[in-house]
Unconditional design. Structure first.
Length: 597
């Protein structure tokens, strides 16, 4: 699984509000996510088996006979063990807590331009309130600046693909990344991140210090590693570096206004989509779309995204790529374009005379669309459909019962869905059979799981979760760390039961990244005084973690200091970047690091 962008540090299971880091390291302010109350972001709940809860701890699962006891079956059907019967993890958005689709925030939700990640200072709402729809995407920009750089200004191509771009005279490449030995540029570049490195530790191959950010802070979305080039997007720029030394791969691109969306995926020919605002005001639309080639930095076609209908909105966009198709999701619709040609392929609109509104899309192996149907009516429910990425035709539809909300898609191949029920405080993980809406299995494991699920800029960022992946046999999920090491649990996709589990090699969380060559690759997060690791676990036979890279201890504070992060392991190198910049620690925080041997 490629690591999607925008993942705050984990601390709650299945999309729960996240702990914004310990001590606000490296300039990140202590902030609370919507629905938080108490030091760890959870309202006080009754403890297990009726015991009083500890202040601020997540609610515990009630005592049940057997794994889940004999409870009503799926969606209120006769009793069956397990399906749709597990207690919901804290912090999930309840069904339809906002307007239909993923447009405007609903009544009583935090919102408005300038809202920091996680909402307006804590809120005190219950853990299952609906997520704010547009505010994060509308309020938080992306930032990346390289010191001492001169940039090419994007004008892009017109709708016909003709280049109308303008550049500053004699554009120069951005400053190279720092080598990590204290000989780099800027304040941070004088640090030797490999000082004191032990023989068994990997080294920092290169790193880039973070740029100055607006006082409110800024996003630094996306991280793409392809064909020996690492690309980072933020604020108004895209920067690209050769992975083998940190030298610039192509001239930095500067956009006229803040970047407000980026596609986590790239197309078959290595192109990404970036959207930026049409002005500097807080209510500026996120409607300027630009295609960029990751290998060359060449700008492709450019479009202004139009709103369709009274309740459609371009305050925020959701961009996803499947093959050669770019889906541009908006508040109540989505438009699919050809990445290579720029022409419109189809429009995903509301259906059933306006009763069902698009509420999120996936990219990657499959184009899935979530639908929010019949909000505030007796027929209120969610649906998910698979769309043909070329024609927009529906391949299959799965309807969720009333009260159940689709929160995340953990995997598109196989299709693994995570849903919650606000009223019953239950959660469910369902794997579908290939090419259909039929159920293959439902998770029957009674653990407190904790993948890192970010706050979506729109109503539902279906692919916002890191630390979870799947292959053709297993779903790999991390348990929540309480005391000591956590575990990765491999859950059979045929039975929904735990096939095996493995403890983290140190007293921190171990997060699944992806499977490769028959092994599961995982990131072991750093502790206060021990840096992170990249390990491999056999998916058959022995599952004992084998260390691939042990990061130098001198970078533990940097790894811990990221408010939110993106990470990936490609060709023997580990890439770690922040997806959120503060506006206070200018020049003293890191943007991106590359580790290797």
């Amino acid at each position: 699984m490629t690591q999607p962008p925008n993942q705050p540090p984990h601390g709650g299971g299945f999309g729960a509000p996240q702990d914004p880091g310990q001590g606000g390291g490296y300039g990140y302010p202590q902030q609370q996510q919507p629905g938080q109350a108490g030091p760890y972001g959870y309202p006080q709940q009754p403890g297990p088996y009726g015991q009083p809860a500890q202040p601020g701890q997540p609610p515990q699962q009630p005592a049940q006979p057997g794994p889940y006891g004999q409870q009503p079956g799926p969606y209120g059907q006769p009793a069956q063990p397990g399906p749709y019967s597990q207690p919901t993890q804290p912090g999930q958005a309840g069904p339809y807590g906002q307007q239909p689709g993923y447009g405007y925030p609903g009544p009583g939700q935090p919102g408005g331009p300038g809202t920091p990640p996680g909402g307006a200072g804590g809120g005190g709402k219950g853990p299952f309130k609906g997520r704010t729809a547009v505010i994060v995407a509308a309020a938080v920009a992306a930032l990346l600046v390289a010191g001492g750089a001169v940039y090419a200004v994007v004008g892009g191509g017109d709708d016909d693909g003709k280049k109308t771009e303008s550049k500053k005279k004699n554009p120069k490449s951005s400053a190279p990344a720092n080598p990590g030995d204290g000989s780099g540029d800027g304040y941070a570049g004088k640090e030797d991140l490999n000082e004191g490195r032990q023989a068994d530790e990997a080294k920092v191959l290169w790193y880039k210090e973070a740029p100055k950010a607006p006082g409110k802070g800024a996003d630094a979305p996306g991280m793409w590693v392809k064909d020996g080039i690492a690309v980072k997007a933020a604020y108004k720029e895209l920067l690209a570096y050769h992975v083998d030394g940190g030298k610039p791969a192509w001239s930095a691109i500067e956009f006229p206004q803040e970047i407000c969306a980026a596609s986590p995926q790239y197309s078959e020919d290595g192109k990404i989509a970036v959207a930026y605002k049409n002005g500097i005001k807080s209510g500026a639309d996120c409607n300027q779309l630009q295609i960029v080639d990751l290998k060359t930095g060449e700008k492709g076609w450019k479009k202004e995204i139009k709103e369709e209908g009274l309740f459609d909105s371009t305050l925020g966009l959701e961009l996803s790529i499947t093959g050669d198709t770019l889906m541009v999701g908006r508040s109540q619709s989505g438009t699919a374009y050809s990445v290579s040609g720029g022409h419109e392929k189809f429009v995903a609109r509301k259906k059933d005379e306006g009763a069902c509104f698009p509420a999120g899309f996936t990219g990657g192996d499959r184009m899935l669309m979530a639908l929010s149907c019949g909000a505030s009516t007796p027929t209120e429910h969610d649906e998910i459909v698979e769309l043909d990425p070329e024609s927009g035709s529906t391949k299959w539809t799965k309807k969720f019962p009333k009260g159940w909300r689709l929160e995340h898609v953990y995997s598109t191949s196989p299709t693994v869905l995570y849903a919650t029920n606000q009223d019953k405080k239950q959660w469910n993980i369902t794997t579908l059979k290939p090419g259909s809406s039929a159920t293959r299995s439902e998770v029957q494991v009674n653990d407190d799981f904790a993948p890192e699920c970010g706050w979506g800029g729109l109503g539902r960022d279906l692919q916002a979760c890191a630390g979870v992946t799947a292959d053709d046999k297993y779903l790999y999920l991390p348990t929540k760390k309480t005391t000591g090491a956590n575990e990765i649990v491999a859950i059979s996709l045929d039975s929904g039961k735990a096939a095996w589990r493995q403890k983290s090699p140190q007293d921190t969380s171990m997060l699944p990244m992806k499977t490769q060559g028959g092994d599961l690759l995982a990131y072991v997060e750093p502790s206060y005084d021990s840096a992170g690791q990249v390990v491999s676990l056999g998916t058959s036979g022995s599952h004992t973690p084998k260390t691939l890279l042990k990061h130098p201890a001198g970078t533990s504070k940097i790894e811990n200091g990221f408010f939110s992060k993106a990470f990936d392991y490609v060709d023997g190198r580990f890439y770690l970047s922040t997806t959120r910049l503060s506006g206070s620690a200018q020049g003293r925080e890191k943007l991106m690091l590359a580790y290797g041997k």
